[in-house]
Write a protein that binds this ligand. Structure first.
Ligand code: ACM
Ligand code: ZN
Length: 605
């Protein structure tokens, strides 16, 4: 009896601890309800039912939950984690159902992706000891296409980095990796038939450094480059597949082709003494393929044949953006093509190229996707439009009954800086605060009828100003959490306040403990602004518990040996005087936020 009472007391303690916790899941599930008690995952028995064959990868993932922890549960082997594939349960595609009691955790889905995502949810729900709060979760994605892009041309990132990128995507239920493989600043995919693409086109002798607005530009004169062999590409595609991620390759045409033209100048309009030089960020009109020459189509189709053999993705991205067509105006071959095909102008010449490539891909069972410029001059029949110049292109394409991916620059360009502060690292000259990304609703501006053409949403990470993998992570974190929620969670379940104050802090604390580079949000309650008055009260909250906020009042940069801000900070500015209040958040690992400057003045009456 004494033992039983003790057991009840212990159980009660655990239950209280669990009920005081919350489910911190990103993206927010469709429905998630906490129940009393916890399921101690370490040491649990894992069983799988309903699978056509042993789901080895899913069982391996589940075993991460069951792995013993240092301070593991004493109830080893007493509980069960059941993975159940049930196509009759009425669970939407990629969705899942979780029922966790103190004795069992049941995860049911109608497909293996659903089981995979359910396991990601359980992994997030588990605390450091492997305890999962008892709960009921019913979940499925808002969009079938949940994408993230990476530009490996402006800067190159090795296979191991790409795999970690995919890991992070999968943990947040993102399922499409858009791999931007060719551009002016480097050709990054081995093409056997055209070896100079990587022998020449993957390397540059100089790299523009400095910010977008820097004039004149500064260059670093070092050989820089790299590319993926076809074996490496296959390795990444296979790795992604295990993470339920489709990899869409992008082969840019007809613009952004400077690296290819450097390798094979005969693909341009002017085939002669002109030298192409890779290295600057801003490309001129000479970076375009010549659609007047048959030879160009032969090249593009041969490249695409090798690309198709490497990537099982139905969608193949052909770029199409920012093509300067002035070269075509003076090119006899281009003008002859315009005349022969009865085209009106150079805009229609680009459309002619897109249509031809569309037919080529369709004949091979693939589908063309391009940036929204592919609409100029008439959209080709099968094309999917990726709307980046705002949402207007995507809306117009949906109205033409074309499928659309929304990736508008004002919400989803993660190469942008986090704020307008001069302290932000060298960046594009535009700011994109986290709240702006979070607030985006991809269905905005589309009628219900038009929304059926909206496949989903994607964020892009261009890398002109992002030279290292660590900097990629800084641009991505914490924005990727907002992206995941936009892509997965029903709009009615999103809440900036709840996300930024409840769940995000838990994820930031984890990043901080891991040592991952991320952008530390500024202390909540402080903003870059100028205020007038005599008495000021600021209610300060650090980005997550454990961070501290320090300040100065004389304009000096605050450090962690300066004065620490109390939760409620009061200040009196005498009449006729002003103060410059600067504050910074410092995390437990020593990482700093951007300094926030608030100017306070009390003008003489
Ligand atoms: C783009 O950002 N040029 C698609
Ligand atoms: Zn031409």
């Amino acid at each position: 009896m004494k033992k039983l009472l003790l057991a009840i007391a212990v159980l009660h303690t655990v239950c209280v601890a669990a009920s005081s916790r919350q489910l911190h899941i990103i993206p927010q599930p469709v429905r998630a309800e906490l129940r009393e008690g916890v399921f101690a995952a370490p040491g649990c028995r894992i069983t799988a039912k309903g699978f056509p064959s042993q789901p080895g990868d899913l069982l391996r993932l589940a075993s991460e939950l069951a792995a013993p922890r240092e301070k593991g549960s004493s109830r080893r082997g007493a509980s069960t984690l059941l993975l159940r594939l049930d196509t009759t349960a009425g669970i939407p595609r990629e969705g899942y159902r979780i029922r966790v009691t103190p004795h069992s955790a049941q995860l049911t889905a109608g497909d293996e992706s659903g089981i995979f995502y359910g396991l990601q949810t359980l992994l997030q729900a588990a605390d450091a000891n492997g305890n999962i709060p008892c709960c009921e979760i019913d979940d499925h994605p808002r969009y079938g296409y949940r994408g993230l892009h990476l530009d490996v041309c402006r800067h190159f990132f090795p296979v191991e980095f790409v795999k970690r990128y995919l890991d992070r995507m999968a943990s947040l239920k993102l399922n499409t990796f858009h791999w931007h493989l060719t551009d002016d600043q480097g050709w990054r995919i081995e093409i056997k038939r055209y070896p100079r693409l990587t022998e020449v086109g993957a390397w540059r002798d100089k790299t523009q450094i400095g910010g977008y607005d820097e004039k004149p530009a500064t260059f670093e004169f070092e050989k820089y480059g790299g590319f993926y062999t076809q074996d490496q590409i296959r390795e990444v595609v296979a790795y992604a597949e295990k993470l339920h991620i489709t990899v869409i390759p992008e082969i840019e045409m007809p613009g952004h082709a400077l690296a290819a033209l450097t390798a094979y100048p005969e693909l341009g309009c002017v085939n002669g003494p002109e030298s192409y030089e890779i290295g600057g960020w801003i490309s001129g009109p000479s970076n375009v393929f010549c659609p007047g020459k048959e030879h160009t189509f032969e090249f593009l189709e041969n490249v695409l044949d090798e690309v198709i053999a490497l990537f099982p993705s139905k969608l193949i991205h052909i770029g199409g953006d920012e093509c300067q067509r002035t070269r075509w105006e003076a090119c006899p071959d281009c003008q002859a093509r315009i005349a022969a095909e009865g085209l009106q102008d150079e805009t229609q010449l680009q459309s002619y190229l897109t249509h031809r490539i569309d037919r080529f891909l369709a004949a091979r069972g693939r589908q063309l996707i391009g940036w929204d410029e592919i609409m100029d001059g008439g959209l080709s029949p099968e094309a999917v439009v990726m709307s980046w110049r705002g949402t207007a292109g995507g809306i117009a394409a949906a109205r033409q009954k074309h499928h659309v991916i929304m990736t508008p620059g004002q919400y989803l360009y993660f190469d942008k800086k986090g704020s307008d502060s001069p302290e932000e690292p060298v960046s594009l000259n535009l700011a994109l605060p986290l709240e702006q990304t979070y607030g985006y609703d991809p269905a905005e501006g589309l009628s219900e009828e038009e929304q059926q053409y909206l496949l989903g949403v994607q964020a892009n990470v261009w890398t002109e100003f992002v030279p290292t993998g660590r900097r990629v992570e800084y641009q991505l974190l914490p924005r990727i959490y907002a992206l995941a929620e936009i892509a997965w969670t029903p709009e009615a379940r999103k809440s900036w306040q709840e996300f930024s104050e409840e769940r995000l802090p838990a994820f930031l604390a984890r990043l901080d403990a891991e040592g991952t580079p991320y952008r530390v949000p500024a202390p909540r309650g402080m903003r870059e602004e100028s205020l007038e008055g005599g008495r000021f009260t600021f209610t300060i909250r650090p980005p997550f518990p454990g961070c501290r906020v320090f300040y100065t009042l004389n304009g000096a940069t605050p450090y962690d040996f300066d004065r620490e801000m109390p939760d409620e900070f009061r200040l009196v500015v005498p009449e006729g005087e002003q103060r410059v209040l600067k504050c910074v958040a410092v995390t437990p690992s020593g990482r700093r936020s951007i300094v926030v400057t608030t100017r306070l003045s009390n003008p003489r009456k």
